[in-house]
Design a protein around this ligand. Sequence first.
Ligand code: URA
Length: 243
Amino acid sequence: MSSKRDQIADQLEFLRDIGVDSLDIQVRGNSGDATRIPAVQVPAPVPEISTEVMKPSSNPDLQSIRDEIGDCQRCKLAPTRTNIVFGSGNPRAELLFVGEAPGADEDEQGLPFVGRAGQLLTKIIESIEIKREDVYICNVLKCRPPNNRPPEPDEVSACNPFLRKQLAMIKPKVVCCLGTFAAHTVLQSTVPISKLRGKFYDIDGIRIIATFHPSYLLRSPDKKREVWDDMKQIRAELQRLRT
Ligand code: URA
């Protein structure tokens, strides 16, 4: 479990990465004026993800979907997977993230987004003052494709009904699709992610937005600014939907 200090350092690092170079900080006990201070340079500790908060939910309804998946043999990914990665987080989340498919770390641990991309996703979530344990995170595919190759249509057909059931059960207010594959599957579109991202779509009463995948951001950090714009839209939309 990382300390509060490490968490703040991580957050500052992400904000700096996405181009935020100063912060308005309200000094407690002051006359009330916000004091604008430059964002401090902080060392970049490797954040540990606490798997404690990410244990698969004990929510009985979600568990019924997990039970239905069982020891799934519905597609050709079954023989090569170590664990089925169902999803984790708050079963009553207002905000749900959908990724593509588990990678090696996720396959090993049975939890979504626990590798490097997951560490970045945690920072992205926290950038809008939401805790990772308060959202729900899952993938289109619940099993790892060998060597992280792209999911194939028969695998999506076998797995997509379970994502749909998770969405219907959790009923999030906002779904954020991470990357091309999740966006194309959820939005049933073939429009490039660079065009799809940054705006909301409505499906079955849920507000859907797409943004770049954290793995892509690791390769193209200059795209973090767009993700930051998308996250601000999500924050504003959640606020709007609460009022
Ligand atoms: N990438 C994904 O799309 N999902 C994960 O769970 C991890 C990496």
